[in-house]
Design a protein around this ligand. Structure first.
Ligand code: FMN
Length: 116
């Protein structure tokens, strides 16, 4: 099974910020694996990345900002971003339950890659 990287982030205060602070801290701690400086450690080649963003609001724009930030981060890890899923109008778990088919379809795509 090929390894992959998957990141999931909620939107927090989307009007004023980008990715949540906790996620920013995670990215900062990954600096030793990023190609922003030499020498750096590297993940094994060929890893693919997938992003999930969720928010309570209704438009996809804030999820899009999360995708862009994480794709940028993947670029520094030299991980190819192969898919993203944005879930809007998610306040409670039952909202996710209603999106079950969409989430399963996304996961199946990832499984198909990992079993190649
Ligand atoms: C401090 C805070 C700020 C949030 N800001 C936003 C926001 O700006 N836009 C939005 O759509 N949802 C916002 N949310 C809702 C989260 O995106 C939502 O709860 C998400 O679906 C689930 O994340 P959680 O389980 O980590 O709270 C915010 C939630 C919290 C706790």
């Amino acid at each position: 099974m090929k390894a992959l990287v998957m990141n999931c982030s909620p939107v927090r205060n989307g009007a004023t910020a980008d990715i949540p602070g906790q996620f920013k801290a995670f990215i900062d701690r990954c600096t030793p694996w990023c190609n922003t400086h030499e020498p750096h450690a590297a993940l094994s080649a060929g890893k693919k990345g997938y992003v999930v963003a969720l928010r309570t609001g209704t438009s996809m724009r804030e999820c899009q900002r999360i995708f862009e930030s994480i794709e940028h981060f993947y670029g520094h890890l030299e991980v190819e971003c192969c898919g993203s899923l944005g879930l809007c109008s998610v306040e409670y778990k039952d909202a996710v339950e209603q999106r079950r088919d969409e989430i399963i379809e996304f996961c199946n795509k990832i499984c198909a890659f990992s079993e190649e």
